[in-house]
Design a binder for this molecule. Structure first.
Ligand code: PLP
Length: 369
């Protein structure tokens, strides 16, 4: 099997599995008795290590149940903490941010979208020069891998007192992230994107302004995210993150070979991934082919990739990301996202390149029927 869908999720690292198993018996870290203190010591260690890896203070690390939850708290929580009702966002955010922004718009917020160029990068940031309740920009796009100008966005928003949320779910563990140097108010990450367990998110949240909670409860995690913390997953996340940051991989070289190989072998291919971009992302459009057909034809050969367009309830839709970049529906419907990760080899790239010309030809023939 050739797995090229690491941006969807990447296999858990053995070190993270070991840490998870070691601490699976941990009890409630909020309890005062000895077992509680023991669990809390493991949690405190995980918090400290994650903070160290991401340039944050331990108190700024908030464990959540997913990257989606961390994003919801960041965006809605900062909005709720503000007196203003203006929101600035990019139109290429992941649904975990996009849907929150749209929902704020539906309940009266004044939403302004930043323009995005054909290369997938946010362009004119002048909307950030007017104060807002919250501005939100993803570090790197999950479909194309395009790295966004988050540094400049934060500088401009901060100059007028706007708090900024950064969805760094695709970036953490893949490119260096330093929360204090960045200057964001909140930042979301997700353990399963860097070899930790699925169902564990991290929200880095400055002391002030702190986001208001989106769910109410027992007040754990500074009251920002109530609910008993999963200590074993926190420990596994810390181990996975440290390992991800320390490793040197061939990911970028393999990805470049993959893009070059596809360009040479398939006529009319459009490569949407434009630098600066994440090292593992390769986003292709094969106009005239349908992504569903491409995925299935690759799947029968044991090659796993994903559609570069949004797929909800089995129905392929035009990607809002490609639409914002100015691509046509014909181009976008044949979009494939191939994401390289630490388990891939040169043989995997070769297998993909051997398969792709015939797969595209057959998908195009099917599309023409
Ligand atoms: N944000 C981005 C950019 C993502 O790629 C994803 C996952 O695909 C998420 C948020 C959601 O993360 P999770 O799967 O942990 O809820």
């Amino acid at each position: 099997m050739v797995y090229f869908d690491h941006a969807a999720t990447t296999p858990m690292r053995q070190s993270a599995i070991d840490a998870w198993v070691e601490h699976a018996g941990a009890l409630n870290a909020g309890s005062q008795h000895a077992a509680g203190r023991k669990a809390n010591a493991v949690l405190a260690d995980a918090r400290e290590r994650i903070a160290g890896a991401l340039g944050a203070d331990p108190v700024e690390v908030v464990f959540t149940g997913s990257g989606t939850e961390a994003n919801n708290i960041g965006v809605r929580g900062l909005f709720d903490a503000s007196e203003l009702d203006r929101v600035v966002a990019t139109p290429i955010e992941h649904p975990a941010v996009l849907e929150v922004v749209k929902s704020l718009g539906q309940t009266g917020a004044d939403v302004e979208w930043l323009p995005v160029g054909r290369d997938g990068h946010a362009k004119d940031l002048s909307a950030l020069d007017t104060p807002a309740a919250v501005a939100t920009m993803m570090w790197a796009n999950n479909e194309t891998g395009a790295i966004q100008p988050v540094g400049e966005a934060i500088e401009r928003a901060t100059a007028v007192g706007t708090p900024v949320h950064v969805d760094a779910v695709q970036a953490v563990g893949h490119v260096p992230v330093d929360f204090h140097a960045l200057g964001a108010t909140t930042l979301a990450a997700s353990a399963h994107k860097f070899g930790g367990p699925r169902g564990t998110g991290i929200l880095l949240a400055k002391r002030s302004p702190a986001p208001k909670p989106v769910i109410l409860g027992g007040g754990q995690e500074r009251g920002i995210r109530s609910g008993t913390v999963d200590v074993a997953s926190a420990a596994a996340t810390a181990v996975a993150l440290e390992e991800a940051i320390a490793e040197h991989t061939e990911i970028e070289r393999l990805r470049d070979a993959l893009i070059e190989g596809v360009r040479q072998r398939v006529d009319g291919v459009v490569v949407a991934t434009q630098e600066p971009a994440l090292p593992g992302h390769a986003h292709f459009m094969f106009p005239g082919a349908n992504a569903d057909a491409l995925i299935m034809l690759l799947d029968v050969q044991g090659i796993s990739v994903s559609a570069g367009s949004a797929c909800a309830s089995g129905v392929l839709r035009m990607s809002h990301v490609l639409e914002a970049m100015g691509y046509s529906e014909r181009e976008a419907m044949g979009a494939l996202r191939v994401t390289v990760g630490r388990t891939n080899t040169a043989q995997d790239v070769e297998a993909f390149l051997n398969a792709i010309p015939d797969v595209v030809e057959r998908a195009r023939a099917a599309g023409a029927l």
